[in-house]
Design a protein around this ligand. Structure first.
Ligand code: PEP
Ligand code: MN
Length: 372
């Protein structure tokens, strides 16, 4: 059961103290408090853990400071959608709203290689009205002999260039807690010219200790990718680990599933799960067409498979697209074969615009038929 308190309820408020004393006296019930400082108000949620079935909804509703009560009816206590649950399905970061109703494109380099390539990419993004990007500095690789990313040495120029070209959020994978510290430090040293969304890659979806540490910080939002060989439920529980530690600024990423049945794609495209994740949880959903398809293959109608599956995800309501681009894919140090070319950026963006408009029309159509 969740007690959602009146906005701006302060812990020093005597009524809040009264509430906590009352809750503390309930047998077999423990509490966990989460506060979310938004731009306009502070929201407090009190999670009641234990045998809450015995508690009366009305009694809880009448406790001091309580605005409303949500009974946890489904899985994923914090991130799930429960009956009569009107908790938000969005969060704000660095002036950008990420929600189940918005769409942002994170086109960029799978792995940062040179400052020149970073600048070419960011300039193209700025020229096409984009304010987000992806830039990999820490790369988990299958072979220990492959390029592992430039790590912290590239961060200062990546952040400076982001500031120069008006990029507000960079999705960046981390594989160890020290990487978050290095990112924080580099942002500080460069004067916070941009923001970072920490990415948990598919290989680390169930790295529970990393999840707990990333979940404990609330400075950076998190993009958690679905594990490529586990069930959706297991991956959603992994996201719940982040939330249970305090961080609610979470985007869930679909990136295809590893199976030989995926051939000829690198991974089996799972974007049909976009609406399923939006129904089961309150998280915005990201799609990664690059790591799903893994190649620049083109169908007879002239469309690249990467653009086909992007449109499929967007028309199903995806809220974020994470996609690899490279100015010279032949020179990319990681995943060159799946990178789109900078000259393809306007085509890609226009294709997404068409798919998004179709999603919005379909959504209105469904609502009209439901209202009948
Ligand atoms: C990536 O986005 O660069 C990446 C490695 O993705 P994934 O974790 O989905 O393989
Ligand atoms: Mn990659």
């Amino acid at each position: 059961m969740i007690l959602i308190l009146l906005p701006d309820t302060h812990p020093d408020n005597p009524e809040y103290k009264q509430l906590m004393t009352r809750l503390g006296s309930l047998p077999g019930i423990s509490t966990r408090v989460h506060t979310e400082a938004g731009t306009e108000q502070v929201l407090t949620e009190v999670y009641l853990i234990g045998n809450t079935k015995a508690l009366s909804f009305e009694d809880m509703q009448n406790l001091p400071c309580v605005d409303r009560v949500v009974r946890i009816s489904e899985e994923y206590r914090i991130l799930g959608r429960h009956k009569n649950d009107d908790r938000p399905t969005h969060f704000d970061y660095n002036g950008i709203r990420f929600g189940q109703d918005t769409l942002h494109i994170f086109a960029g380099l799978c792995a940062v290689d040179t400052p020149e390539h970073v600048e070419m990419m960011m300039k193209a993004l700025r020229d096409h009205g984009q304010i987000c990007t992806r830039m990999g500095a820490y790369k988990p690789r299958t072979s220990p002999y492959s390029f592992q990313g430039h790590g912290k040495t590239c961060l200062p120029y990546v952040f400076d260039l982001a500031g120069k070209y008006g990029i507000k959020v960079i999705a960046m994978e981390i594989t160890h807690e020290s990487h978050a510290d290095e990112i924080r430090e580099a942002l500080h040293q460069t004067g916070n010219p941009t923001g970072v969304m920490l990415q948990i890659g598919t290989r680390n979806t169930q790295n529970f200790e990393l999840l707990k540490i990333v979940g404990r910080q609330q400075e950076f939002p998190v993009l958690i990718k679905r594990g490529f060989g586990i069930t959706l439920d297991e991956s959603l529980n992994a996201a719940e680990y982040l939330a249970s530690e305090g961080n609610r600024k979470i985007v869930f990423g679909l990136r295809g599933m590893k199976t030989s049945m995926a051939d000829p794609h690198r991974n089996f495209v799972d974007f049909a799960h976009v609406p399923a994740v939006k129904r089961l949880t309150r998280m915005p959903v990201c799609i990664d067409p690059s790591h799903s398809v893994g190649a620049r293959t083109r169908s007879p109608d002239g469309m690249l498979d990467i653009m086909q599956v992007t449109a499929q995800g967007v028309i199903a309501g995806a809220n974020m697209v994470l996609v690899d681009f490279h100015p010279v894919p032949g020179k990319a140090l990681v995943d060159g074969p799946q990178a789109l070319l900078i000259k393809e950026l306007p085509h890609f963006l226009e294709d997404i615009r068409i798919a998004r408009a179709a999603y919005e029309q379909r959504s209105i159509l469904s609502k009209n038929y439901l209202d009948e």
